[in-house]
Design a protein around this ligand. Structure first.
Ligand code: ADP
Length: 319
């Protein structure tokens, strides 16, 4: 394994740059040549590939987004697209690839591995929706962004004695909403993994106001539905003045937290080690804070599960 490539794909996540940096520098540390592929699988099929040096990844560890840019590419989902990508890599004599991205991107890595090009996946998405690992790169930064926003909204909610519904990202996973709700002390957390018991949300609201609470904060995961609709429903049922905030894309950007930088550095470096040792079709991750590698197939066949204890605790503390 002399020459390897690295790309970022799908939704960007804070910490992707720290992962790219780790891949590039660990490869150079091992005496390998390393190539950056720009614009994900789209760029791979178009041959948008450049050699990277130690200095190519200088001054990026603290930046959000991805310096290799990202893209979504439907053509790559076809076998023809994947073969085209492999042809481009052959032109550069690249015989291994690190793919940094979410579950779709990791599936792409698996298909290239199946066609004979060894790939290692590095899970990076703010959704934390990959099974079998503790946290994905970007989740911690997004969580901190959400908490900061909730704290600010809480000031207004308290001053005006209002109920706020805050819609957070996470696609079909409730992790971002659940951890944010726990860390910011929300009254209710509504997530796709748990049946939304509207009556209990209303009950909590009433109980809180009756004991003199000045505000109520309801965190709604986007996988459940739209915050605006939910806010309307609350206002109709309770006649409490309700405001809705959809946090949107601020959750995806920003300088990565220390935790995401360290995670990204460890996972990026581990991916290179695996390629060097002849491994393919694996995802790197932390499981109970231990670095591990698991088969992409196995991991993606399993659904990410919510941490039940954390959910239970969030319920117990928001009485
Ligand atoms: P994310 O990686 O953030 O989950 P997507 O699901 O959009 O984002 O996937 C990113 C890209 O990965 C897609 O645009 C496509 O090029 C590739 N991809 C997604 N699913 C597959 C698949 N099943 N097989 C091959 N490539 C895939």
């Amino acid at each position: 394994m002399k020459r390897i490539g690295v790309l970022t794909s799908g939704g960007d996540a804070p910490g992707m740059n720290a992962a790219i940096r780790a891949v590039v520098r660990k490869a150079i540390f091992h005496g390998m040549e390393i190539y950056g592929v720009f614009y994900g699988y789209q760029g791979l099929m178009n041959g948008n590939i450049k050699k990277m040096e130690v200095g190519s990844v200088g001054d990026i560890i603290h930046r959000g987004g991805t310096s290799l840019y990202s893209a979504r590419c439907d053509e790559f989902k076809t076998i023809e697209g994947q073969k085209k990508a492999i042809e481009e890599l052959k032109k550069y004599d690249i015989n291994g690839l690190v793919v940094i991205g979410g579950d779709g991107s990791l599936r792409g890595a698996k298909s290239l591995s199946d066609l004979g090009l060894p790939c290692i996946g590095v899970p990076a998405t703010i959704d934390n929706d990959i099974a079998g690992i503790d946290f994905t790169i970007g989740f911690d930064t997004a969580l901190n962004t959400v908490i900061e926003a909730i704290d600010k909204i809480r000031d207004t909610a308290t001053s005006h004695e209002r109920t706020f519904v805050i819609e957070v990202m996470g696609r079909n996973a409730g992790d971002l909403a659940m951890y944010a709700g726990l860390a910011a002390g929300a009254e209710s957390i509504i997530i796709p993994e748990r049946k939304d018991d509207f009556d209990s949300v209303v009950h909590r609201l009433k109980r809180g106001l009756e004991r003199g609470k000045k505000h109520s904060i309801i965190i709604l995961a986007e996988g459940v539905g739209e915050g605006v609709q939910y806010g309307k429903k609350i206002e109709e049922e309770t006649s409490y003045e309700t405001r809705v905030t959809v946090l949107g894309h601020i959750q995806r950007g920003g300088s990565p937290t220390a935790q995401d930088r360290v995670l990204a550095s460890r996972l990026g470096a581990k991916a290179v080690d695996l390629l060097k040792n002849g491994e393919a079709g694996k995802i790197v991750g932390l499981q109970n804070n231990q670095l591990i590698a698991q088969d992409i197939d196995e991991l993606l066949a399993n659904k990410h599960r919510l941490n039940k204890d954390v959910y239970q605790l969030s319920q117990e503390l928001s009485i």
